[in-house]
Design a binder for this molecule. Sequence first.
Ligand SMILES: Nc1nc2c(ncn2[C@@H]2O[C@H](COP(=O)(O)OP(=O)(O)OP(=O)(O)O)[C@@H](O)[C@H]2O)c(=O)[nH]1
Ligand SMILES: [Mg+2]
Length: 236
Amino acid sequence: MDISTFIWTIFAILAIAIAVTVLNFLGNRTKKDTFLLLGLSDSGKTSLFLKLRYGSLVQTHTSMKENEGHFIINDNGIPLVKNPIHVVDVPGHEKLRFKFSDFIPITRGIIFVIDSSTCAKNSRQIAEYLYDIFAHKNVKNIPTLIACNMSDMITALPPERIRTILENEINRLRITRTSGLDHQDSVDDVEFLGYESEDFKFEHLENDVVFEKCSVKEGEINVIKEWIVDTFQGIK
Ligand SMILES: Nc1nc2c(ncn2[C@@H]2O[C@H](COP(=O)(O)OP(=O)(O)OP(=O)(O)O)[C@@H](O)[C@H]2O)c(=O)[nH]1
Ligand SMILES: [Mg+2]
């Protein structure tokens, strides 16, 4: 091999190595392996995060910042999926919840946690938060599980009832939002959810939205684990 062929070979190897490194870096940055836990304060997000991560029920306090971690979803220690999943619990406090949008580019699925026992009373607040999520321009197509938590409470409503209450509330909300009555943005900036000619239904969204009941306190969260695993593996 003469010297110029040798130099060109080294140059080609270096170029390929750099290209592979850059592609890997970009690939990792856009890897969508994150599941977001969103919802109002006291709905049970941190309890769920800790239960998923450590399998135990831990006493929690109002969160002032996100909890996040990479861990393997398991059933009593038996892994349900090979790779660790990134889970982020975003505080429900009104002034902190906007942080959810930082994670949207890497989000595979959203778990919106609701306290089923206070849902009727808080329906307006819940609908406002859901509206902000679904109206976000990059949330379209992100599968969403509405986890109707606290099903152990005697006053808990069933998921189908919760769905109807929230559909009615979002229906009312989209009229006020798009007429600009209680929103500071110009009407053009506000996304209209659903079909203009029909009452709002979750099935009108581009996102796949499912409602399931659960109780973190009673350890009844299998349906959440299964949904995470299926969504992570691209089944849902
Ligand atoms: N009865 C009952 N209580 C629950 C359940 N899940 C959580 N809790 C309780 O609800 C309270 C609030 O739970 P957290 O997990 O701290 O709520 P959070 O959604 O993280 O609230 P923020 O951090 O303020 O956004 C705690 O006292 C939990 O023990 C459940 O399934 N049933
Ligand atoms: Mg919390």
